[in-house]
Design a protein around this ligand. Structure first.
Ligand code: PHE
Length: 444
C-alpha cells in the first residue's frame, strides 16, 4: 500500500532533519538533569559507551528498515518480515503517543519562558527565587496546559502540511543557529567564577556512584536522545534515497546529537555550581539554572529569549518527528485523510498531557509505585518501550531480515568493512546488553 514517497531535497537537508529529530529537549533539558541525578562524569562515560557500543548500530538498523521498505513502521515490518513483526511497528506507534504526551508539557514550559525572559521578570541569579518561579509556574493548573496545547497545535500544523519540505527547510536554518547560541552560552558558563567545580562534576568520573540504575538511566537516555525505538528513524529513513550512504549519515546525526548533549552539560553544570544550585534537582534544572546565567551576562535578556526560542524550535522539530510515524501509519494503512488523522492524534496526545502537567501541581500527591503520572509515562516510554523497540529492531535486522547486510551497502553484500561488526552488535551485543541492563535494574 505504499504510495510514491517524497525524498529529502538534499543530503544536508536530510541530516539536518534527522538531527532536528534527535536534538531536542532530550539533549538540553533531560540529559543535564539525568547526568546530575546519576553522579555526573561516570554517567557521561557510560552514556557515551552505550551510544557507540549499540545505539549507533540500532539507529542504522532502524533507518535501514525504513529505507528498504519505503513505508510506515507497521507496513515496513509487515513488508520485510511478516508474521508478528508488524507488532514492533505498532508498539512504536503507541510509544509515540506516550512520549508526545509529556514532551508537549516540557515544550510548553519553554514557550512560557520565552515570555518570562522577554519581560525581564526573572532577571536574577538568586537560586531560591528562580526555583520558586519555576515550581510556581509548573504547579499552575491552567497556564502550562494552555502552553502545551499551543505547542501541540504548532506541531500538528507542521505535520498537516506534510513535513518533508517544510521541516527540512526550517531545520537547515535553525539547527546551525542552535549551535551558535549553545557555543556562546557554553563560553559564558565555563568562564563563570566557580565554574571549575561544575566541570569537575560533569567530566570527572566517580565510579563509586555507579549502580545498575546508572546503566539503565544511560540506555533510556541514549535511545530517547537518538530517537531510537519508536519508528521515527524508520519513517525518516523511508524518505531517504538509496544513493545515500546511510551509515555515514547516521554517524553524523549521532555525533551531532551527542555533541549537543555534551555541550548542554557544559552549559548547565558550571552554572549549577557557580550559583549554588543543586545538580540533582531533577526536571527543573535547565529552567532554574539558565536564567541565572542570562542574568549574569550582558544582553542576558536577549540571549534568554533567543535560547528558549531555539529550545522551543528544537522541541518542535523533534515533536514533529514523534507525531509523523503514527500519522503515516494511519494514512498509509487505513487511508484516512492526513488532516483528520493529525487532528485526532493531536487531541489524544494533548488530553494525555493534561495529567502529566497536573502532576507538577494539584496531582503531585497522586503516585503509582512512588512515581507521579509524569514520571510514570516518562519511565514507561524511555525505560521500557524505547529499549524494547530497539531490542526488537536489532533482533529483526540481525536475525530475521536476511537482506539486511546487502541493503546496507549500495554496491552489494558485505562490501563495507564494518558490516560484520554491525551484524554482531545487532545479533548479540545489543539484545543481550539491553536485556541485561533492564533486568539488572528492574530486579535489583
Ligand atoms: N530525540 C528527541 C529529543 O532528544 C526526542 C525523540 C524521541 C524524538 C523519540 C523522536 C523519537 O528530544
Amino acid at each position: 500500500m505504499s504510495t510514491a514517497r517524497e525524498n529529502w531535497g538534499s543530503r544536508f537537508g536530510f541530516i539536518m532533519a534527522a538531527a532536528g529529530s534527535a536534538v531536542g529537549i532530550g539533549n538540553i533539558w533531560r540529559f543535564p538533569y539525568t547526568t546530575g541525578t546519576n553522579g555526573g562524569g561516570a554517567f557521561l562515560l557510560i552514556y557515551l559507551a552505550i551510544v557507540i557500543g549499540f545505539g549507533l548500530s540500532v539507529a542504522i538498523a532502524e533507518m535501514l528498515v525504513g529505507r528498504a521498505a519505503q513505508r510506515n513502521p507497521v507496513g515496513a515490518f509487515r513488508a520485510l518480515g511478516g508474521g508478528a513483526w508488524p507488532l514492533v511497528g505498532f508498539g512504536g506507534v503507541l510509544t509515540g503517543f506516550v512520549i508526545l504526551s509529556f514532551y508537549i508539557v516540557v515544550a510548553g514550559w519553554t514557550l512560557a519562558y520565552i515570555g518570562f525572559m522577554a519581560s525581564g521578570s526573572i532577571d536574577t541569579t538568586d537560586p531560591e527565587r528562580l526555583s520558586q518561579v519555576f515550581s510556581g509556574f509548573v504547579a499552575d493548573p491552567l497556564r502550562p496546559i494552555l502552553y502545551s496545547g499551543v505547542f501541540m497545535a504548532l506541531t500538528a500544523w507542521i505535520v498537516v502540511g506534510g513535513i518533508a519540505k517544510g521541516i527540512e527547510r526550517w531545520n537547515k536554518i535553525l539547527m546551525p543557529a542552535l549551535f551558535v547560541i549553545l557555543l556562546v552560552l557554553v563560553l559564558r558558563s565555563v568562564t563563570l567564577d566557580g565554574a571549575a567545580e561544575g566541570l569537575a562534576f560533569f567530566l570527572k568520573p566517580d565510579f563509586g556512584a555507579v549502580t545498575a540504575g546508572t546503566f539503565y538511566a544511560a540506555i533510556a537516555q541514549a535511545f530517547f536522545s537518538l530517537s531510537i525505538g519508536m519508528g521515527t528513524l524508520l519513517t525518516y529513513g523511508s524518505y531517504l534515497s538509496k544513493q545515500e550512504h546511510l551509515p555515514k549519515a547516521t554517524l553524523t546525526v549521532a555525533m551531532i546529537d551527542t555533541g549537543v548533549a555534551v555541550l548542554a552539560g557544559l552549559m548547565i553544570m558550571p552554572a549549577v555550581f557557580a550559583f549554588g544550585f543543586d545538580p540533582s534537582a531533577g526536571p527543573g534544572l535547565t529552567f532554574v539554572t539558565l536564567p541565572a546565567v542570562f542574568a549574569s551576562m550582558p544582553f542576558g535578556a536577549v540571549f534568554g529569549v533567543l535560547f528558549f526560542t531555539l529550545l522551543a524550535i528544537a522541541a518542535l522539530t523533534s515533536a514533529v518527528s514523534i507525531l509523523e510515524p503514527m500519522v503515516s501509519y494511519v494514512v498509509d494503512e487505513h487511508r484516512f485523510s492526513r488532516r483528520k488523522t493529525v487532528i485526532v492524534a493531536s487531541l489524544i496526545c494533548f488530553a494525555l498531557g493534561v495529567p502529566a502537567s497536573l502532576s507538577f501541581g494539584i496531582w503531585s500527591g497522586f503516585t503509582i509505585g512512588g512515581r507521579t503520572w509524569f514520571d510514570l509515562v516518562d519511565f514507561l516510554a524511555n525505560n521500557i518501550m524505547l529499549p524494547l523497540g530497539g531490542l526488537f529492531t536489532a533482533l529483526f535486522v540481525g536475525w530475521a531480515w536476511k537482506r539486511a547486510a546487502y541493503e546496507l551497502s549500495n554496491e552489494g553484500a558485505l562490501k563495507l568493512p564494518w558490516t560484520p561488526v554491525w551484524l554482531f552488535v545487532l545479533r548479540f551485543l545489543a539484545p543481550l546488553g539491553i536485556l541485561w541492563i533492564m533486568a539488572s535494574a528492574l530486579f535489583a
